[in-house]
Design a protein around this ligand. Structure first.
Ligand code: T4K
Length: 400
């Protein structure tokens, strides 16, 4: 538990602000009675997977909640991304961002497609549509932008670009549960969107993910690809894989879905508190949020501007770690720095200046609904103090 009392920084020999590590995320846990009853039912039915009743019910609930034509559940978002790309029969090059989790780019490569890295908008952190337009060649078949930290991409510009140049659009919406932008649910933009329901996400099924979209023919194709390509007991069509979600995972989702409004509200209040407190701290910069958007507050990130803060992002990360505040450098290193992709011409750092700059500055702070307000205040106070004692902190960290 943190204390708002000013005290010596841990990096300078003081006692850590928190007695135990405070992590960047903390999963919502289903109510044990409700979840226990579901488990009992699953055990009694002996039906554990293969599109069981829990998976079907969760798909229906999510279609309603997310305002999409269809929602097909998966074992995780990585496999869902692989299937989404396969379902669209793409070939050649797919333009994507280096500022993302490795899964995004790996899904392109696993499909035998060539990832082409596009720089990001330095303020919103999402794919820069102007740079993307310059990267399109006759070999380009799709765009794979990422709604980073739940902040929607420049969806209107991307839609226009895709229409003009006849490209498919798959959004990596891993962070984007329940977001709406420009009067549309996030899953209604692009051909397909992929959500992650990993335990670290706002809404989760421990492991899980989904493809959402509107075209019934695509829905059918994706459902088959998710289940080995099986059409019926005697027909297998296409190169499918096993992307199914189990009944136990779906039951976690059903036990949590009604709590998400409260979770979003609690995170929204904590985000507001972080922003208010940290806006007073020199050298802290916030992500620019998309206009006309209902955010989900899945993550809270800051940038550390070394020159004005007086310390680098890595130094702030280490000074907070000494306080038992475990921040994360999502998404450092950039995907374009992975040895498997570094050789690509589009991966050259000189072509991705905004992404490289951000990867050196970004820091995600703890955010989850159960996080006490006073802990947020304590983290804000520690960051402010680390900044005001930057010189001493740098010397101490270098000696350590
Ligand atoms: N696209 C994007 C843009 C993504 O960000 C991701 C995943 C994907 C695609 C692929 O989605 P999935 O295939 O995973 O569905 C985590 C997650 O594993 C990963 O899903 C997520 N993005 C990424 C941003 O974060 P790590 O390696 O940072 O997780 P880890 O284990 O360090 O956990 C972070 C903190 O969360 C822990 O310090 C404590 C807390 N935690 C963690 C776990 C595992 C919990 O409270 N409960 C838990 O069960 O990758």
């Amino acid at each position: 538990m943190g204390s708002a009392e000013p005290r010596r920084l841990a990096a300078l020999g003081g006692k850590p602000a928190f007695d135990a590590p405070l992590y960047v995320a903390r999963s919502l846990a289903p109510d044990s009675e409700r979840f226990g009853a579901s488990i009992q039912q699953i055990l009694a039915s002996r039906w554990f997977t293969n599109n069981g009743m829990y998976a079907q019910e969760l798909e229906r609930r999510l279609e309603q909640r997310l305002g999409v034509g269809f929602c097909l559940l998966f074992c995780n978002a990585t496999v869902a991304l692989q299937v989404a790309l396969r379902a669209l029969d793409l070939s050649g090059e797919v333009i994507t961002t280096p500022f993302t989790f490795p899964a995004t780019v790996h899904a392109v490569q696993w499909n035998g497609l060539r990832p082409v890295f596009c720089d990001i908008d330095p303020e919103t952190y999402t794919l820069d549509p102007v740079h993307a337009a310059k990267l399109i060649t006759p070999d380009t078949s799709a765009l794979l932008p990422v709604h980073v930290f739940g902040n929607p991409c420049h969806v209107s510009e991307i839609e226009k670009l895709a229409l003009d140049r006849q490209l498919r659009v798959i959004y990596d919406a891993a962070h984007c549960f329940d977001v709406q932008t420009l009067d549309r649910p996030i899953g209604a933009w692009g051909d397909l969107s992929v959500l992650s329901f990993h335990a670290t996400k706002l809404f989760h099924t421990a492991e899980g993910g989904a493809i959402v979209g509107s075209d019934p023919a695509l829905r059918e194709r994706i459902a088959r690809l998710r289940n080995f390509g099986i059409v019926d007991e005697e027909t297998v069509d296409g190169v499918g894989l096993n992307g199914k979600i189990s009944e136990i995972h779906a039951a976690i989702g059903l036990a949590l879905i009604d709590r998400i409004d409260g979770e979003i509200e609690a995170r929204g209040a904590l985000t507001e508190r972080y922003r208010r407190g940290l806006s007073e701290v020199t050298g802290v910069v916030f992500q620019k949020l998309a206009p006309a958007t209902r955010q989900n507050h899945g993550y809270f990130s800051i940038e550390i501007d070394e020159q004005s803060f007086g310390l680098s992002r890595n130094e702030v990360h280490d000074a907070l770690r000494a306080e038992n505040v475990i921040t994360r450098k999502y998404f450092y290193p950039l995907c374009s720095e992975n040895p498997s992709y570094r050789v690509l011409p589009s991966a050259q750092p000189s072509r991705l200046p905004a992404a490289h700059r951000l990867a050196e500055r970004i820091l995600c702070l703890p955010l989850f609904g159960e996080l006490p307000t006073e802990d947020v205040d304590c983290i804000v106070e520690r960051i402010a103090r680390i900044q005001s004692e930057a010189g001493a902190v740098r010397r101490a960290l270098r000696q350590a």
